[in-house]
Write a protein that binds this ligand. Sequence first.
Ligand code: ZN
Length: 345
Amino acid sequence: MIFANIYAQDMAVRALKSCIKKNQVAHAYLFTGPSGTGKSSTALAFASALNCTNPTPEGDACGSCLSCSRIASGEDADVRVVRPEGNQTTIEQMRDMIKELGYAPFSGKYKVFIIEQADTLNSSSENSILKVLEEPPAYAVLILLSCNQSSLLPTIRSRCRTVRFRQASDEELEEALRSRFNLPEDDLRIVAACSRGAVGYAFDMASDSGFMEDRQVIFQAVKDWYEGPPVLGLQTAELLRSIASERKSAKGSPEVRTLAGNLLEILDSILSWYEDILRLKVSGESARVTNLDYQDDLIPMSGRYSTAKLCASVRAIMETRRYVQGNITPQLALENMFIAIRPDL
Ligand SMILES: [Zn+2]
């Protein structure tokens, strides 16, 4: 992974390259921003640039030297990725990391630890790394990745240099997708709109032939739910859960898939469906909808809802997103959501 392959994060990339060029590499970084915006890829690109034996004059890695190749295949002894075990990053994992940091790099200039989902560090794990953040060995670089930096101790945050990742615009996503995939323009627009500013999700969706199929099943389930008896809400919630649990990472993607992450994507699809109905309700049939291929289903739906009910539906879906993000058992939240988004209930 090299900086040249990071999309829509110019500010973050510029800041990191500048650290390298000015030889002002900090010992700890906190990459913060929404899930899927490229924090993992950028951390790997930064690690590659730090240890590359043939870097470009602009401060990017070459992508092909031994160090770059090893990092790309996850086999580099000097660049390690720590992922949570279940819901937590444990104190044992942090102790192992601290022990490893006691040894000088094997072949590179720096020893880099990338801590994925740092918000899963519990308080004892956080406390255990304070000392190493305070007095790190000269060759150590720690990169903490977080979607929710407020969950980290202020003493951790203050010891890290913060690099912010932002959501990409639909146009930037379409551009990024166009450069990588040979998809029809309508599909590009749908994938861009469904990925809500996250290039990682957009690439996953575009390379996952199952995405369009899943989307079809999800929208069919929503339509069936309108017509069926209220008891169907339970079944529909279960169907979404099973789609979420079967969704896998695209090959080669550094993003680690979780049930909650997959459910959020499904909820985003449903949200886009409701936002489209709301757009049609407010602006009429000429409204620019995300789900272009479902326009014929969406137009009559706008007649069945009041604007107030549509706003309430959007709120209910957003609330369900928050529940899922907060690791609350999704089944009940989903069932409640289905009741809230039906036009006749
Ligand atoms: Zn290289």
